[in-house]
Design a protein around this ligand. Structure first.
Ligand code: GLC
Length: 603
């Protein structure tokens, strides 16, 4: 017989248990944070990471080529320091024939003359370090240039280089006697991923351009060579790497396997990469063993960053690259959700942004650090892809969420894609699609020279021309104009970078009091520190929002404006003024950063 007290006590315990679980879930959801010590130790967590496309930042050498260089980056050290960025990632500047603008490397341990010399690099590093800015290099392990000595010797079957690349015999010969590639694999840049070499009478595999042959990572000598390249730069003092195209590192061993057509993608062009699914050429299990090995090697140096480029719709697959506490891999795979899931203006809603944030945070392995990417040298610029009205609001989102914000050069002033004619098109991806279709794929529009001022070539180069045309809008959209304006994208960005240093943002918790299609509001808070409320109007209209009405927690009646989108010229919202949270006026696409007087209970 069960005593009478058992049932009420059991129910009470279940009830209390349920409440506890709910509270824990809530806290976990809104309050993910790293410990203070973790934050202190790691430079790249302390502020924005800024990507420099070296051809396009600043041409200091004035050598008639109109191309940016390493001295140009060093010359802009004060600008980068004032911007408040803490880490630079520099796209490849190594020796290269430049068919893929530096991602085709013929010497991994030297600087291409177009960019300068190793001495210029040492000077750059010294200057940035003296300003407490870390320097991370782009690292391209998947392939080299076909002009690399390794490939040239592999072609001749010279030992030990014979198997440094992925070589294969033809599947057969067609009626005209031409060799047939071993399988149907496609290059990311379009067309077969196999190119025939008469000299060796074999095909070689290239995931990208034919002048970018894939290295054979099944060969342990190749693995050693690549580790030595990492060590070369680490010994020179660099602070880490952005690992390029990592998911392509391995292919299955059985080269007779064709990849299946991706019926869902609905692509007609059977030479286009997305025509096929890629089970045999991407994210192979062996990749993780190599990353683990790199991690171990990098951990013999203090505090080195490894971030990896992984595009994959399946977020679980992306998360695997973080590893976990007992098996640490990359510090982070880039979070491309804000690119992949936001293709145009109408995609940007509060609800969608919240889902994107939740998806990353909820899937993040324990103790790992998020990151937020809005753009890079392979994507259309934010102002063109999503809307010029959203530039400041989206910078507020990425700089003020927990995690590392990643800013592509020029996004701090809201640079836009340039119109590049077919004649001026340089990107091999664009060129492969021909005059009719190049604009669908060319990455040139987002790679144009940085717009410094309204003088010739936007102050980027004193040469007669520039490697890609400067965007026509440079006379009004430039750093100088935005420095002189009372409010501008640049000034908003600098304020955000400064705020990002405060404990409430650097270490604080996160809550979302209002999420609707129109508005996303989030709070950053930490005991004994100021509480901030960020409100983003994602709609395409000016709105008056009653936050109280929508809020899922009690908000104070008023707050003070810290900063706002530069497009808002109203007196009411000017920085320093008090605004009512029950009638908050926001222009289209506007973001407002407010400080709350106090908030009793957020959780
Ligand atoms: C990466 C780079 C891209 C390059 C490719 C081949 O995806 O971001 O710019 O073309 O790898 O190296």
């Amino acid at each position: 017989m069960v005593p009478r007290w058992v049932f009420p006590v059991t129910f009470a315990l279940i009830f209390v248990g349920a409440i506890l679980i709910t509270v824990v879930c809530l806290v976990a959801k809104v309050g993910f944070r790293t410990s203070d010590s973790e934050h202190e130790g790691t430079a790249w967590k302390k502020g924005a990471l800024y990507q420099i496309y070296p051809r396009s930042l600043f041409d200091a050498k004035f050598d008639m080529e109109g191309t940016g260089d390493l001295q140009g980056i060093t010359a802009k050290a004060d600008y980068l320091y004032d911007l408040g960025v803490k880490t630079l990632w520099i796209s490849p500047f190594f020796t290269s024939p430049m068919v893929d603008f530096g991602y085709d490397i013929s010497n991994f341990v030297d600087v291409d003359p177009i960019f300068g010399s190793l001495e210029d690099f040492d000077e750059l590093l010294k200057t940035m370090h003296s300003k407490d800015i870390k320097v991370v290099l782009d690292f391209v392990p998947n392939h080299s240039s076909d002009e690399h000595e390794w490939f040239q010797r592999s072609l001749k079957r010279e030992e030990p280089f014979t198997d440094y690349y992925v070589w294969a015999d033809p599947k057969g010969f067609n009626d005209s006697g031409d060799p047939i590639p071993p399988n149907n694999w496609l290059s990311v840049f379009r067309g077969s991923a196999w190119t025939w070499q008469e000299e060796r009478k074999q095909f070689y595999y290239h995931q990208f351009h034919p002048k970018q042959p894939d290295l054979n990572f099944r060969n342990s000598l190749v693995q050693e060579e690549i580790k030595n390249v990492f060590k070369f730069w680490l010994d020179r003092g660099v602070d880490g790497f952005r690992v390029d195209a990592l998911k392509h590192l391995f292919e299955v061993e059985d080269l007779s396997l064709d990849e299946p057509v991706d019926e869902e993608a609905d692509v007609e062009d059977n030479l286009q990469y997305s025509y096929l699914k890629h089970p045999y050429t991407s994210d192979q299990p062996e990749t993780f063993e190599v990353v683990r090995d790199w991690r171990k090697m990098m951990d013999t140096y203090p505090d080195k960053l490894m971030m990896v480029e992984i595009y994959n719709d399946d977020i679980q697959e992306v998360m695997k690259y973080y590893g976990n506490d007992t098996d640490p891999l990359a510090d982070f795979p880039f979070n491309f959700q804000l690119i992949d899931k936001l293709q145009n203006r109408s995609d940007v809603t509060g609800t969608r942004l919240k889902n994107i944030i939740d998806e990353w945070v909820d899937n993040l392995p324990d103790g790992k650090w998020p990151n937020w990417v809005l753009g890079n040298h392979d994507q259309n610029r934010v102002a063109s892809r999503l809307g010029a009205d959203l530039v400041d609001a989206l910078n507020m989102l990425t700089l003020l969420l927990p995690g590392t914000p990643i800013t592509y050069y020029g996004e701090e002033i809201g640079m836009q894609d340039a119109d590049i004619s077919w004649e001026d098109t340089k990107d091999p991806w664009g060129c492969n699609f021909g005059r009719e279709r190049y604009q669908e794929h060319s990455r040139d529009p987002c790679r144009t020279p940085m717009q410094w001022d309204a003088t010739a070539n936007a102050g980027f180069s004193k040469g007669p021309s520039t490697w890609l045309p400067v965007n026509d809008n440079y006379k009004t959209l430039n750093v100088k104009a935005q420095t002189e304006a009372r409010e501008s994208h640049l000034k908003v960005y600098k304020t955000l970078a400064r705020l990002r240093q405060e404990s409430s943002f650097a270490k604080g918790k996160l809550a979302f009091p209002v999420v609707t299609d129109e508005v996303l509001a989030f709070i950053r808070y930490l005991e004994d520190e100021p509480t901030y409320l960020i409100v983003l109007n994602l709609s395409e209209n000016d709105v008056v929002v009653d936050l109280d009405h929508h809020a899922n927690l009690e908000l104070p009646p008023e707050a003070s404006v810290i900063t706002r989108s530069a497009s808002d010229k109203s007196e009411e919202n000017s920085p320093g003024s008090k605004v009512s949270l029950s009638a908050l006026m926001l222009v289209r696409g506007e973001g407002l950063v407010l400080q709350l007087p106090f908030v009793e209970e957020i959780e």
